[in-house]
Write a protein of this length. Sequence first.
Length: 124
Amino acid sequence: MSPNFLWDACGAALLLAVLSFVAQWRGQVRYRRELEEIRKTFERQQAESAEAASELRREFAALERSALAPPEPPGAGSLNRSTRARALQMLRTGISPETAAASLGLAKREMRLLERVAQTFCAR
């Protein structure tokens, strides 16, 4: 063994150690970047999920409030004499009860009932 061989072997070992250190350092840098991207993505998705959950809570509360309040019947008490006369006139001209109810602002069931009553009394 010559002294140059030992120096060459030590130099090669030192070079491999430095290259290994640089490779490991680059891997750690890449790992930290990926970890930071994953953390940001997670925080963004967590914020979006929290916003969606709060929106669902608001909608659920609104639905609960609307379910507790009794619905007001459409056109309650609005079938007076003149409205009834216009409704009967519309039914006699052949307009459907649904269309007549929509144009007069009455309930469809109320208009159908008025049509049946009118047909019953007119048949006699």
